[in-house]
Design a protein. Structure first.
Length: 192
């Protein structure tokens, strides 16, 4: 992403109004500007899925794009905020896809996500996407911001600085939230 496009992306996002006739043109221009980043995020998420997964990164981007502009939450502060919401939409698409294809919590045709050591402490492990989704939902009940931070790190690949900017808090606060979320998720996912 060229940094010269960031101001244009932010302007388009802040001015977007679905009730205006110009909205489709704004959506088209936004897609041109952020597609490469969305595709990279989708590729990263799909690389953690099982090999025979039927959803491809391009389809994941398109499904998430439809969710972005179909929902009630069509107000974005800037590029980072938008990409965070897009990552959340991709997570929802993957979870919906897993549920639609008969995935069960244990056994059966489950869909797995491999989380890198950098995301969760300890050795590399494969986790069921539905387990991770459920854990993030439970974490949100306890600490909504920590859950947002975990979601942005795991699904969006955002840095601590980007998350801090997006949530309008200090990097130190986000570091603390991420440490807590990582420990809590590790404990929950290991059944502890």
């Amino acid at each position: 992403m060229e940094s010269s496009n960031r101001p244009e992306i932010t302007r388009l996002l802040q001015e977007f109004n679905p009730r205006l006739t110009v909205a489709p043109q704004v959506q088209e221009r936004l897609l041109e500007l952020v597609y490469a980043e969305l595709k990279a995020t989708a590729r990263g998420l799909m690389s953690r899925e099982r090999v025979e997964h039927t959803l491809q990164p391009t389809a994941l981007v398109h499904e998430a794009w439809l969710k972005l502009f179909r929902g009630d939450e069509m107000q974005w502060n800037d590029r980072t905020h938008f990409l965070g919401i897009a990552a959340r939409c991709m997570r929802q698409v993957l979870v919906d896809h897993a549920r639609a294809h008969g995935a069960t919590k244990r056994g059966g045709d489950f869909h797995q996500v491999t989380l890198d050591e950098g995301l969760l402490a300890g050795p590399n492990r494969e986790l069921e996407l539905l387990d991770l989704d459920a854990c993030l939902d439970r974490l949100a009940e306890l600490d909504e911001r920590a859950a947002q931070v975990a979601e942005m790190r795991i699904f969006g690949g955002l840095t601590i600085a980007e998350i801090a900017h997006n949530l309008n808090v200090s990097k130190r606060t986000i570091d603390g939230d991420w440490s807590m979320a990582r420990l809590w998720l590790t404990r929950e996912l290991e059944g502890g």
